[in-house]
Design a protein around this ligand. Structure first.
Ligand code: SF4
Ligand code: SF4
Length: 326
């Protein structure tokens, strides 16, 4: 009987604000704990979820699997072993943020509120959960990557304790996403030790455009913090995103200023991305992507080459630019 396999199912645990589940789709995939709010967990039942999910990954049962139709599924081979541990944990259990990006996918949950003081998650605390996951040997202490990306880390009271918990128990690397408005000494430490890939979305090069995109007047703080971090690691481990939004920052002038600013600061990695909300809610076959996005991307590419900056494209952006704009 034909069997299927999924690396995500085998390796990933995602702690979302409303549930703990397998992969990061947030839509389909096996759920370890629905509506988690800090309840006591039956760990044997928890471990069983992965085992049963794999049992359904065969041609007879796939119709009943929460993974049905997922493009991550592939044929299983003899070297595929089901791991008792996870080596990637996605932490995204809070929604507060101290800015209000117009493209934010979390706005629906945070209701557009801007939170200035650090606060606990409205849903559950992550540190007690991490302790339990380590205690029950569910996290691979040697190869674990913690990907931290919920609202913004600077308003999450648990951010520093959580990082320390990982460091105490065993971690390989952090991937941290932040809007970079507040300087974080613990990020500084992680950069010094080369333990983090730190990503922020600046999306522009001027305070005026920043305000239009993020609804707060924090451009200078963000740039100053970026300068401080870049000076520590010589730009290593830092990526700055440019999320392009139609009629706001989708012009050659802003892109040019942005790449020049990044070069001055010493940033070595830029990621170019088309707004995810736009991608999700626009039928690109009926409403074609603005043609100038192709030109914008080529301009971006040329400038980055001249400045010796590594330019990556978010995977969907690459596909869409190639298909609709070039
Ligand atoms: S097959 Fe798809 S839905 Fe299932 S765990 Fe893997 S990525 Fe998630
Ligand atoms: S920084 Fe992130 S979480 Fe905050 S509003 Fe922007 S996209 Fe949303």
């Amino acid at each position: 009987m034909k069997q299927f396999f999924c690396e995500e199912l085998n390796n990933v645990l995602s702690c979302f604000h409303d549930r703990i589940m397998s992969c990061c789709s947030g839509q389909i995939g096996p759920v370890y704990y629905e509506a988690y709010r800090g309840q006591k967990i039956d760990w044997e039942a928890f471990k069983q979820v992965k085992i049963e999910a794999f049992q359904k990954l065969n041609e007879n049962d796939i119709e009943n699997s929460p993974c049905k139709n997922c493009f991550f599924l592939r044929d299983r081979c003899s070297s595929d072993v089901i791991s008792p541990t996870f080596n990637l944990i996605n932490i995204s259990h809070w929604t507060q943020c101290n800015c209000g990006c117009i493209y934010c996918a979390r706005m629906f949950h945070s209701k557009g509120r801007i939170t200035y003081k650090s606060a606990k998650s409205e849903y559950y605390d992550i540190v007690p959960l991490l302790k339990q996951l380590y205690k029950h040997e569910l996290l691979d202490r040697k190869n674990l990557v913690a990907s931290i990306q919920g609202g913004d880390i600077s308003v999450l009271k648990e951010f520093e304790p959580m990082v320390k918990e990982f460091l105490k128990n065993g971690i390989s690397r952090f991937y941290i996403l932040s809007n970079n408005i507040v300087y974080q000494p613990i990020i500084e430490k992680l950069l010094k030790k080369d333990l983090v890939d730190y990503t922020t979305s600046l999306d522009c090069a001027t305070p005026e455009i920043y305000f239009k995109l993020k609804r707060v007047d924090k451009f200078r703080d963000t740039v100053n913090n970026l300068k401080r971090y870049a000076a520590i690691s010589d730009g290593k481990g830092i990526t700055v995103k440019y999320i392009v939004i139609e009629h706001i920052n989708d012009n050659i002038d802003e892109v040019t200023k942005f790449v020049n600013l990044m070069a001055d600061i010493g940033i070595r990695n830029i990621e170019f991305m088309i707004d995810n909300k736009y991608v999700m809610f626009t039928n690109l076959d009926e409403t074609p992507l603005p043609k100038h996005y192709g030109k914008l991307y080529l301009h971006f590419k040329q400038l980055c080459e001249e400045k010796n900056i590594n330019l990556t494209l978010w995977s969907k952006t690459e596909f869409i630019i190639n298909k609709y704009a070039l």
